[in-house]
Write a protein that binds this ligand. Structure first.
Ligand code: ADP
Ligand code: G6P
Length: 468
C-alpha cells in the first residue's frame, strides 16, 4: 500500500478521543482518513515565527504523524487572512461583494505555497501518493512539479467551486486555474461544483472535456470528479452512544424542561446563513405565538477567522439579532435562543444533536456540510429528529429526504420549522431511515477510498461515486 502524504493549511489532531479539537469539516475528515492510512499530515502549525526558517516540527499523536511549519506574521496576513480568507473563500461562496483583491495577498499566497513545497519536499518518497487539500493550496501541485516531483498528486476542494461568470472577476484567474492542471486528480464535493469547474475549463481555457469528465492536457490525462465527503460514521455513532453523550443529552433535556429543541452547530461564518436562520426563528416565534414558549434554539457557533473584518461583522450582527429576538420573546424564566460561542468535545456534541428535535442546517452556500450528516447519525432511530437543510449545501444532493429549504426565505424556513414540529412519527422514521442509509454508506472511508483509488490511477472512467 502506498503511503499518503496529506497536505492542508491546517493540521489539527485532537489530543485525546473525546477532546474538543478540530472544528471544520476538513480537519474532522482528515483525522478520520489518516488514522486508517500510514502516512504524514503536513501543514501550518497555526503558530507564527519572526522569520521563516522551514523547520519541520514532527509529532506523532495517536496514530497520526504530523509535520508542521511556522509562518511569518506577513505570511499569515497575506496568505491565510488575505488571499485565502478575504479573496478565495468569499468568491468561492458566491460572495463577490465581500471579495477583496489585493496584489500583496496574491504574492503572499504564492510565497507561502512555495514555502509549503520546499518544506514538504524532503518528506516525499518515490511511491507516495500526495493529496493536497483545499483553497489555500491550489497552486501547490504545480510548485511541486517544478521541483521535480513525479509522484501522483491529487487535489480535493472542500468548498464550492463558483460559476465561471463569477470566477472571471478574480484577477489572474487563468494563472490560478492553469496551475491546477498539474494535478492528476481534482476532486470536488458535488457534481454541481464539478460542472462549474469543467465549464470554466472549456469556456475560459478552450480545452475540451472528454465524455467521462477527464481532461487531456499537455500529454497527460487529468481526472476531475465529484467525491462527496462523509463523516466517520462508525466513530460518530459509537460516540453518540457513549456515557459522555448520554450525560450531555440528559443535561440539555433537563434544562429545557419539556420544550422542543432546535440545534444549529456552525463555525461563525457568513456562509452559514446564521443571521437568516435567527430571523426565521424570530418569524416563527412571531407567527406561532402559542408555540413561542414551547421551543428553544440552541446555536453553537465557535468564533472563526476573527482577524478578518467580515467575520467580526457577522459576530456583531448575530449578537444584535440574538439580543433583539430574545428581548422580544423571552420571559422571566425562559430565553428562546441559547447562543454559545465555544467548541465542544465531539461526544458531547453528539449528545446535543440527539437531544434536538430539529437540526437546523441552513447555509447560504456550503461545499458539503458535515453537521447535517452528524445530526442524522446521532439520532435515535426509534424517535428521530427532523433535519431542515438548505438546498444550497452540497449535502442536499445526497440528503434529499431532509426538509429542503431556501435559507434566504425567512417564510420558507419558518414554515419548515412548523412542519418539522408537526411531523408524524411514521414520517420522521421513514425519512430518517433513508437519510441514515446515505450517511452510513457514503461515509469518510468511502470518500477516502474512492479518492485514493482515483489517485492511484484505478477506475479513471470519470464516473461519479454519487448515488442517483
Ligand atoms: P465547515 O467545514 O465549513 O466548518 P462542516 O459542517 O462541513 O463546516 O464541518 C464542521 C465540523 O466542525 C463538523 O464536524 C462539526 O461537528 C465541527 N464543529 C463545528 N462547531 C463545533 C463546535 N462548537 N464544537 C465542536 N465541533 C464543532
Ligand atoms: C472549512 C475549510 C477548511 C478550514 C475550516 C476551518 O472547512 O474548508 O479548509 O480548515 O473551514 O477554518 P479555519 O480557517 O479555522 O482553518
Amino acid at each position: 500500500m502506498s503511503r499518503l502524504i496529506v497536505i492542508s493549511n491546517r493540521v489539527s489532531v485532537p489530543k485525546a478521543a473525546g477532546a474538543a479539537g478540530a472544528q471544520g469539516g476538513l480537519a474532522v475528515a482528515l483525522n478520520s482518513a489518516l488514522r486508517e492510512h500510514r502516512g504524514i499530515w503536513f501543514g501550518w502549525s497555526g503558530q507564527e515565527t519572526e522569520e521563516f526558517n522551514g523547520h519541520l516540527n514532527m509529532q506523532r499523536i495517536d496514530d497520526v504523524t504530523t509535520a508542521t511549519i511556522d509562518l511569518e506574521p506577513q505570511d499569515i496576513d497575506e496568505y491565510y487572512n488575505g488571499y485565502a480568507n478575504r479573496t478565495l473563500w468569499p468568491l468561492f461562496h458566491y460572495r463577490i461583494d465581500l471579495t477583496e483583491y489585493d496584489r500583496n495577498f496574491g504574492e503572499g499566497y504564492e510565497r507561502v505555497n512555495a514555502r509549503f513545497a520546499d518544506s514538504v519536499l524532503p518528506l516525499i518518497e518515490p511511491d507516495d501518493l500526495v493529496w493536497v487539500h483545499d483553497y489555500h493550496l491550489l497552486p501547490l501541485g504545480s510548485m511541486l512539479r517544478q521541483k521535480g516531483v513525479k509522484n501522483r498528486i491529487g487535489l480535493f476542494l472542500h468548498t464550492p467551486w463558483p460559476p465561471a461568470r463569477l470566477l472571471v472577476s478574480l484577477p489572474f484567474h487563468e494563472r490560478l486555474v492553469g496551475s491546477m492542471l498539474e494535478y492528476d486528480v481534482i476532486g470536488f464535493q458535488t457534481e454541481e461544483w464539478l460542472g462549474s469547474f469543467l465549464h470554466y475549463v472549456e469556456k475560459e481555457m478552450g480545452l475540451s472535456v472528454n465524455k467521462d469528465g477527464t481532461i487531456d492536457y499537455d500529454g497527460r490525462r487529468i481526472v476531475a470528479r465529484a467525491f462527496p465527503i462523509g463523516i466517520d460514521y462508525e466513530e460518530f455513532v459509537e460516540g453518540a452512544e457513549s456515557a459522555e453523550a448520554l450525560e450531555a443529552y440528559e443535561h440539555l433535556k433537563a434544562s429545557v424542561r419539556g420544550r422542543k429543541v432546535m440545534i444549529g452547530v456552525d463555525r461563525l461564518d457568513y456562509s452559514k446563513g446564521l443571521g437568516e436562520r435567527f430571523e426565521s426563528f424570530g418569524r416563527f416565534l412571531g407567527d406561532y405565538t402559542d408555540l413561542a414558549s414551547k421551543v428553544v434554539l440552541l446555536q453553537i457557533a465557535p468564533p472563526s477567522r476573527g482577524d478578518v473584518a467580515s467575520y467580526q461583522q457577522i459576530r456583531e450582527d448575530l449578537e444584535r439579532k440574538t439580543g433583539h429576538i430574545n428581548g422580544a420573546h423571552a420571559d422571566v424564566a425562559f430565553v428562546p435562543i441559547r447562543y454559545v460561542n465555544r467548541g465542544y468535545p465531539r461526544r458531547q456534541l453528539a449528545g446535543f444533536y440527539r437531544a434536538a428535535d430539529i437540526g437546523l442546517v441552513t447555509p447560504l452556500r456550503d461545499g458539503m456540510n458535515l453537521v447535517a450528516k452528524e445530526y442524522v447519525a446521532a439520532q435515535n432511530p426509534e424517535y428521530p429528529g427532523v433535519l431542515v437543510l438548505s438546498q444550497f449545501a452540497g449535502a442536499a444532493l445526497q440528503l434529499t429526504d431532509a426538509l429542503l429549504v431556501n435559507p434566504h426565505s425567512i417564510e420558507d424556513v419558518s414554515e419548515a420549522i412548523k412542519r418539522a414540529l408537526d411531523m408524524p412519527l411514521a414520517e420522521r422514521r421513514s425519512r430518517h431511515e433513508k437519510l441514515l442509509a446515505s450517511v452510513r454508506d457514503e461515509d469518510v472511508v468511502f470518500w477516502r477510498d474512492e479518492f485514493v483509488k482515483a489517485l492511484f490511477g484505478e477506475g479513471t472512467s470519470g464516473t461519479s461515486p454519487q448515488k442517483e
